[in-house]
Structures are given as structure tokens and as C-alpha cells.
Design a protein around this ligand. Structure first.
Ligand code: PLP
Length: 345
């Protein structure tokens, strides 16, 4: 039994996956009479490629991995949910995650009836790997790390993360949704070395495609094969597959957006740091800034009256008094700064 197989739920190991018509025949045919589709209304009448090979080959080339190491999901949220469905036996296994972090890890754990163990970050939002490892036991199937982390905006220390990636015997998930805005390289380069590592990325942030819903998971082919076995057969629709192929040809535009947003981020940080209202602007490697103010609820409500919506993180662990502000375009950031300057609560 491989080290990955020993982590997988028994029912998933023995699962006979759904075999769709398009799995069985590859190539060009003159008449497609196998899938009970309507023969009219081409091309939308046809089911899409269930494994999205054209898109994956392009993504794999860009990311420097093998196409078989790529999973595409309906947002990264699908790839997060599959961690539980593939590896975690409900009411028996558990996962460990840093706290605070992206809320969907816990929601997915709760939906799948899997215990979710939280390990607080240090007061400066840094990671203490040993405390995370200590929270794990023989039923811990996965550890979730998010870097840059949401909502704290900081990168986790790479050496600390490595202690987990290297030392933990289960699956380590590193969520890199915000990696394009960060000063550090991705963990994708480490995949060959660590067969139990899953790296998550998304088209929702730097690529500007949140409405399209496409998330990526990168891992060993063994893990991706398990993901493919469990996912819904046609989980990525034809329109998304086609649109993303076009978008991938415009990587220059994405790079320009990132550099523009990084400039705006710096401008926001500089201006916010000078404001009396603002007690602290935390370091950020993402496309948002976490800001501490005296009365986050009041400032949040005031901004709503000005038609400006930020995220109130006041009730989140270690984020008392904090607002999470996404970097907008220049006009939006100007509106925010002007409103905050005029605030006299
Ligand atoms: C850390 C993190 N991961 C994943 C996601 C969700 O990504 P997607 O839109 O691909 O589901 C978010 C969204 O805010 C996020 O903050």
C-alpha cells in the first residue's frame, strides 16, 4: 500500500467511478450517438471534456508541471471539499488548520462531518509549525495552510511551513489563492519532492475571473487520480473551458493588472498608515490590506452609508478591531481614502 493509499477512505479506494460516454471513446467520429445528447444546437449540445485535457495541458505548460498533476474545480472550493471527500472518514478523522484563515476549510469540514482543529497563529500572525504538528494525531488526515493567508494578508514563514510539509505524514494543503501578489515563489516547485502536498491556486484573484469559477489543485498524479475518481463527471462546463483557454493567452494583461494593483496597494498602505483613525496596517502579500481601527463596527457601518463595502473582521480570532480592505482601482481607493479622512466618529 502506498503512503497515499493508506490515507484514503476505504469506500473511495473501492469505489467504481461513473464512467461517462466520453471516457470510453477518444478521437473524431462521424456520428456521436453514445451520450443521449440532442444532435442539434452545436456546440452546446455536446458534453464537455470531463477531464479538461486541453486546458490542463496549457496550464501545466505555464506552471511547469505534468498535465496529470492538475485538477480543475468549480472554484478552489471544490478542490477543498475533495480533501474531505477523498481522505476523511466522517466522525472519525480530523484535519488541523491555522486560525484565523479562509472560512471554507471549516465549512467543508462541517458539511462532511469531520472534526476541524484550529491552531492559533502567533500574535503577529506568524506560524508556529510545532504547535500545528502537536495538534495532529493518528486520525489527522490533512493540515491546511494558507499563504498568503486570508484574512491576515501575510505570507507564512517558509521554513516553518517546510517543517509541516516535510514532517507531517498526512496531506498538507497549501492554499496559494493570493500567490500572484506575493514576493515569494509558489510551492509548485516542491511537488516532485513531496507526494502528499496539494497546492491550491485560483483564477478568481489575479486572473480576474471570479465569476467564471475555476480553481486549480496541483499534486502528485496519485492524488489527482483520486480527485478525478470522486469529482462530478462534467464538473467544468464547456464555456469555462473555452474562455479560460483565451484568457491564458493574455498572461501579459494579467501581469499588468498585478503590477497596477501592487502600486495601488502601496498607495493605500501609505495613506492609511498616516491616518489618525488607523491604529495599524498589517504587512500584506495579497490584494487586500488588514487594517486595525478603534471601532471597526462603527467604521464599517459608516463606510456602508458612503456606499463603500469592506469586510468587517472584528469578530475573527486575532483580528479584533480589523477591517479587511480589497485593493480596488484608483477611483475606488480614492473614494475609500476620502471617506476615511472625513470620518469623525
Ligand atoms: C484563501 C482562499 N482560498 C480560496 C478562495 C476561493 O477561491 P475560488 O474562487 O477559486 O473558490 C478564497 C476566496 O476568497 C480565498 O481567500
Amino acid at each position: 500500500m502506498s503512503e497515499i493509499t493508506s490515507l484514503v477512505r476505504q469506500n473511495i479506494l473501492s469505489l467504481k467511478p461513473y464512467s461517462c460516454a466520453r471516457d470510453e471513446f477518444k478521437g473524431e467520429a462521424e456520428a456521436y450517438l453514445d451520450a443521449n445528447e440532442n444532435p442539434l444546437n452545436y456546440p452546446y449540445n455536446r458534453y464537455p471534456d470531463p477531464l479538461q485535457w486541453t486546458v490542463k495541458e496549457r496550464i501545466a505548460a505555464i506552471k511547469g508541471v505534468h498535465p496529470g498533476q492538475v485538477f480543475l474545480g468549480n472554484g478552489s472550493d471544490e478542490a477543498i471539499d475533495l480533501v474531505f471527500r477523498v481522505f476523511c472518514e466522517p466522525r472519525q478523522d480530523n484535519v488541523v488548520a491555522i486560525d484565523p484563515t479562509y472560512g471554507m476549510y471549516q465549512v467543508s469540514a462541517d458539511i462532511n462531518d469531520v472534526e476541524y482543529r484550529k491552531v492559533r497563529l502567533n500574535a503577529d500572525y506568524s506560524l508556529d509549525a510545532q504547535r500545528v504538528i502537536d495538534a495532529a494525531d493518528e486520525n489527522t488526515k490533512a493540515i491546511f495552510l494558507c499563504s498568503p493567508n486570508n484574512p491576515t494578508a501575510n505570507l507564512l514563514n517558509r521554513k516553518e511551513m517546510l517543517k509541516i510539509v516535510h514532517g507531517f505524514k498526512g496531506i498538507t494543503v497549501i492554499d496559494e489563492a493570493y500567490i500572484d501578489f506575493s514576493s515569494e515563489p509558489s510551492w509548485l516547485g516542491e511537488l516532485q519532492k513531496y507526494p502528499r502536498l496539494i497546492v491550491l491556486q485560483t483564477f478568481s484573484k489575479a486572473w480576474g475571473l471570479a465569476g467564471v469559477r475555476l480553481g486549480m489543485a496541483f499534486a502528485s498524479e496519485e492524488i489527482i487520480d483520486l480527485y478525478n475518481k470522486v469529482k462530478y463527471p462534467y464538473n467544468i462546463n464547456m464555456l469555462t473551458q473555452r474562455l479560460v483557454m483565451d484568457e491564458l493567452e493574455q498572461a501579459d494583461r494579467k501581469a499588468e493588472w498585478v503590477s497596477l494593483l501592487l502600486k495601488e496597494r502601496k498607495r493605500l498602505i501609505d495613506s492609511l498608515s498616516k491616518m489618525e483613525l488607523v491604529q495599524e496596517v498589517f504587512p500584506t502579500d495579497a490584494n487586500f490590506v488588514l487594517v486595525k481601527v478603534a471601532d471597526a463596527n462603527a467604521v464599517y457601518r459608516y463606510l456602508v452609508t458612503k456606499s463603500i463595502i469592506v469586510r468587517n473582521r472584528n469578530t475573527v480570532t486575532l483580528c479584533e478591531g480589523c477591517l479587511r480592505i480589497t485593493v480596488g482601482v484608483e477611483t475606488e481607493n480614492d473614494l475609500l481614502l476620502k471617506a476615511l479622512e472625513e470620518y469623525n466618529g
